[in-house]
Design a protein. Structure first.
Length: 324
């Protein structure tokens, strides 16, 4: 129950229905979006087999394709933009769709993390687009299409690719490494740190700076209309510390098994976020993890489980007090 509450993005004062009802509604929304995604892919040129398989890995932000070239196999900007739409749909809180369907829900109950997530994603897409266009590697609209698809894929931790974006230069490679960390919204199928936590961390820093300038001013930390308690803020800080600490320890451990630093760090970041491709010729968008040594794969398997279960869910299994 504690893990469920930490993952949930619903911190409003509304009395939400019982867990069984919430699960049922979320399941129906998920199935509806998956069917809509499948039909859209089919209408835009995929075979029904490909459309169904890609829909089943778009909404869960899982990213597996029926082709080695992933979405690059189809050479279709229309399919890439459709995938962008549904990858974003999977990275939004599932219960936000329920609130939006209520009378006045889209005005009064919009989750504050949603506009922040969309704005952050749009900014990252624009940065990569302008860089690729300014360096003359692609004209503007192809650059926008490729940037939108691949940036959205990594930030939502889906893991599809439509081109080898590492060929765009070290700046883009560095950006895509960092894109592994933000993730989608809490309450979604995406991994990563999650937008809600990033917002809380930003407001903690903002509060600290305000108190340095005005020591006697009361500056509560808010999320939407709600003032967060010290326990809620502390849980976010604890998670961020554990996430980054686990990343650092696993990166060192993986590097000891043979891979170079860039491969080790990007592979761990991608696995913890469940994002798919990392950086470099081995685990990058044009490679895969098959050539890595077995000890490396075991460590990365642990990273995938720890990241998907939000770190604490795995670490408490190693505490003797948990079994008392």
């Amino acid at each position: 129950m504690q893990l469920f509450r930490m993952e949930s993005s619903d911190h409003s004062d509304d009395a939400m229905p019982k867990a069984q009802y919430v699960a049922g509604v979320a399941g129906r929304i998920y199935v509806f979006l998956t069917l809509a995604c499948c039909l859209t892919y089919w209408a835009l040129g995929m075979s029904l087999f490909d459309a169904l398989n890609h829909a089943l890995t778009t909404l869960p932000t899982a990213g597996f394709s029926t082709h080695d070239a992933s979405f690059g196999y189809f050479h279709s900007p229309a399919l890439e933009w459709a995938a962008v739409l549904f990858m974003i749909s999977g990275a939004l809180p599932l219960l936000a769709y329920l609130r939006a369907l209520r009378p006045g829900g889209w005005r009064d109950r919009i989750d504050p993390q949603i506009p922040v997530f969309v704005a952050m994603l749009a900014a990252f897409v624009l940065i990569v687009t302008l860089y690729v266009w300014a360096t003359g590697q692609l004209s503007f609209f192809p650059a926008l299409t490729k940037a939108a698809f691949n940036v959205t894929s990594i930030i939502t931790t889906t893991g599809y690719v439509s081109t080898d974006y590492l060929k765009w230069g070290p700046f883009v490679a560095t950006c895509f490494f960092l894109f592994n960390f933000p993730g989608g919204c809490t309450g979604s199928t995406a991994g990563g740190l999650k937008t809600l936590r990033l917002m809380v961390l930003y407001r903690v820093v903002q509060q600290h700076v305000k108190q340095l300038l005005h020591p006697h001013q009361a500056s509560p930390i808010r999320y939407g209309r709600k003032i967060l308690t010290d326990d809620e803020v502390g849980s976010v800080g604890t998670f961020a510390f554990l996430y980054l600490s686990t990343f650092a320890v696993l990166s060192i451990a993986v590097s000891l098994t043979g891979p170079d630093m860039a491969t080790a760090m990007s592979a761990v970041a991608a696995c913890m976020a469940n994002a798919g491709p990392g950086i470099g010729p081995i685990v990058g968008p044009a490679g895969n993890f098959s050539s890595l040594p077995d000890p490396t794969k075991i460590l990365l398997s642990f990273a995938m489980i720890a990241g998907r279960l939000e770190i604490q869910g795995v670490l408490i299994l190693f505490l003797p007090s948990f079994y008392r």
